[in-house]
Design a protein around this ligand. Structure first.
Ligand code: NDP
Length: 447
C-alpha cells in the first residue's frame, strides 16, 4: 500500500481517530498515496507535521435546523459546515441538501475541495457544508422556510472574505436565492457571500453551466494533448440529470459527441439518437420530474429502471451524479466495451478499485478534483465580479473558464512530469493541488 512510513503513519492515525468516516478515509488515502513522490523528494516535510495538519479541518460546525412544514408540523434537520483550509483564500465550497448527508461525506467533500480550489490557481480555500434535508417532494414554501432556518445559524460563520458557500446536490438557483435573501436580511449587507446567485442579484453568467462545460473543456484538452483526438463522433455516456450532468451533456453534444444516456437515482434513459438535452432541462429543471418521463416524448428511447448507465457501451464516460456510483464491475464492463476516457463530473464517483482497473487498462482517467473544477472556478470569477460590482459577459466568463481548465491540465501534467510519473493526470492533479497549499501553509507559519 503506502511506500513511505510517514504517509502510512498519518493514514493509520486518521483511521484510528475516525474509523466510521468511510468516505473521508477513502479521499485521504487517495491523496496520501498520490503525493508520496513529494514526500520522498522532501523528507523534511515530516518535521513540519504538514500531513497531520492538512487532514484536519480548521473548524467543523454542526447545528440544529428547526423549520415548519406546510401542515404546521415542526421538523428538525442537521446542518453542517466544514471549514477545512483557508491557506490560499476564504473557505469556498458548496452546500449539499440530501438525505444521505452526514459528517463523513461533507468532510471528504471539504478535503477534496482544498486541492481542487488550489488547482484553479485562484485564491480560494476549501470548505463544504449542507444538511440531511431532502428537497424531493417539498413545496417551494417548505424549501424556503428550511433555507431561512439553515441560514439563520450559518450566517454567523460565513462572509465574503471568510467563507463563501455555493450549490451542490439539492442546492440549485432556487435554494441559493432563499439562502442569500436570508443572509442579506439578517446582516443588512449586500455582499458576494454565496455564489451561484441569480443574474439579477450578483450572479455570474456561465456559473450554471460551468461545471459541466468545464468538464468537457478539460476532456477536450486531454484528448487533444494525449490522444490527438476530440469529442467528434464519440459515443458519450453521462450519469445523473442534475446541474453538472445537463450541462456536460449539452457541451459534449456541441463539441460533436453523441450523448446516449442520462439517469437519476431511479434509473436511466438510453437514447441511441442522442439525448435531447432541452427535453431533459424541461423535465428536471422546470417540471422537477423524473428521467422516466423522457420516453413519453421520445419513442425511440428506452428507460431502464433501477440500473446504472455503465452497461451501455461508450467511448467516453462522464459520471456526473454522486460519490461511488461507478464501481469495479462497472469499470470492467466499460473496459470490455472499449471505453477510452473516463472524466469525473461528480466528486469521487469512481471507487478506488475501479480507478485502478481503468488505469491499468490504459483508459485515460480524469479525476474530479481537476476535471470538475470549472464550477468552483467560475464561482471564484463570480466573487471577483461581486467585488468589482460588475458583471462580465457570458463570452468573457466562458473564455476565462476555458483557459483555467486548460491550465489545470497543463499544471497537472507538469507536476507529474517533475516527479517522473509521465503523463499521469491522476497523481499529477493531487500533487499540483497539494504543493500550492503546502507552500502557502509553510510560508504562513505553524497553524
Ligand atoms: P444535482 O442535485 O443538480 O443533481 C444530482 C443528480 O445526481 C440527480 O440526477 C440525482 O438524481 C443524481 N443522484 C444523486 N444522488 C444519487 C444517488 N445516490 N444515486 C444515483 N443518482 C443520484 O447535483 P449536481 O449536479 O450539482 O451535483 C452532482 C455531482 O457533481 C455531485 O457529486 C457534486 O458534488 C458534484 N459537483 C457539483 C458541482 C456544481 O457546481 N454543482 C461542482 C463540482 C462537483 P435524483 O434526482 O434521483 O436524486
Amino acid at each position: 500500500m503506502f511506500q513511505t512510513d510517514y504517509a502510512q503513519r498519518v493514514f493509520t492515525e486518521v483511521s484510528e481517530r475516525t474509523p466510521w468516516e468511510a468516505e473521508f478515509l477513502q479521499a485521504v488515502r487517495e491523496v496520501l498515496l498520490s503525493i508520496e513522490p513529494v514526500l520522498k523528494a522532501n523528507p523534511g516535510l515530516e518535521d513540519t507535521a504538514i500531513l497531520e495538519r492538512v487532514v484536519e479541518p480548521d473548524r467543523q460546525i454542526k447545528f440544529r435546523v428547526a423549520w415548519t412544514d406546510d401542515a404546521g408540523r415542526i421538523r428538525v434537520n442537521r446542518g453542517y459546515r466544514f471549514e477545512f483550509n483557508a491557506a490560499i483564500g476564504p473557505y469556498k465550497g458548496g452546500l449539499r441538501f440530501h438525505s444521505s448527508v452526514n459528517a463523513s461525506i461533507l468532510k471528504f467533500l471539504g478535503f477534496e475541495q482544498v486541492f481542487k480550489n488550489s488547482l484553479t490557481g485562484l485564491w480560494m480555500g476549501g470548505g463544504k457544508g449542507g444538511s440531511d434535508f431532502d428537497t424531493h417532494g417539498k413545496s417551494d414554501a417548505e424549501v424556503m422556510r428550511f433555507c431561512q432556518a439553515f441560514m439563520t445559524e450559518l450566517y454567523r460563520h460565513i462572509g465574503p472574505d471568510t467563507d463563501v458557500p455555493a450549490g451542490d446536490i439539492g442546492v440549485g438557483g432556487r435554494e441559493v436565492g432563499y439562502l442569500f435573501g436570508q443572509y442579506r436580511r439578517i446582516t443588512n449587507e449586500f455582499t458576494g457571500v454565496l455564489t451561484g446567485k441569480g443574474l439579477d442579484f450578483g450572479g455570474s453568467l456561465a456559473r450554471t453551466e460551468a461545471t459541466g462545460y468545464g468538464l468537457c473543456y478539460y476532456t477536450q484538452e486531454v484528448l487533444r494533448l494525449l490522444k490527438k483526438d476530440s469529442f467528434d463522433g464519440k459515443i458519450v455516456a453521462v450519469s445523473g440529470s442534475g446541474n453538472v450532468a445537463i450541462f456536460a451533456a449539452e457541451k459534449a453534444t456541441q463539441l460533436g459527441g453523441r450523448v446516449v444516456t442520462m439517469s437519476d437515482s431511479s434509473g436511466y434513459v438510453y437514447d441511441p439518437e442522442g439525448i435531447d438535452v432541452e427535453a431533459v432541462k424541461q423535465i428536471k429543471l422546470v417540471d422537477r420530474g423524473r428521467m422516466s418521463a423522457y420516453v413519453n416524448t421520445h419513442p425511440k428511447a428506452t428507460y431502464v429502471e433501477g440500473r446504472r448507465v455503465w452497461e451501455v457501451p461508450c467511448d467516453i464516460a462522464l459520471p456526473c451524479a454522486t460519490q461511488n456510483e461507478l464501481d469495479l464491475s462497472d469499470a470492467q464492463g466499460l473496459i470490455q466495451a472499449g471505453v477510452t476516457l473516463v472524466a469525473e463530473g461528480a466528486n469521487m464517483p469512481t471507487t478506488p478499485d475501479a480507478i485502478e482497473a481503468l488505469r491499468a487498462a490504459g483508459v485515460l482517467f480524469c479525476p474530479g478534483k481537476a476535471s470538475n473544477a470549472g464550477g468552483v472556478a467560475v464561482s471564484g470569477l463570480e466573487m471577483a465580479q461581486d467585488s468589482q460590482r460588475l458583471q462580465w459577459t457570458f463570452e468573457q466568463t466562458d473564455e476565462k473558464l476555458q483557459s483555467i481548465m486548460k491550465s489545470i491540465v497543463a499544471n497537472t501534467l507538469s507536476a507529474a512530469e517533475r516527479y517522473g510519473l509521465g503523463p499521469d493526470l491522476f497523481n499529477g492533479a493531487n500533487i499540483a493541488g497539494f504543493e500550492r497549499v503546502v507552500n502557502a501553509m509553510t510560508a504562513q507559519g505553524v497553524f
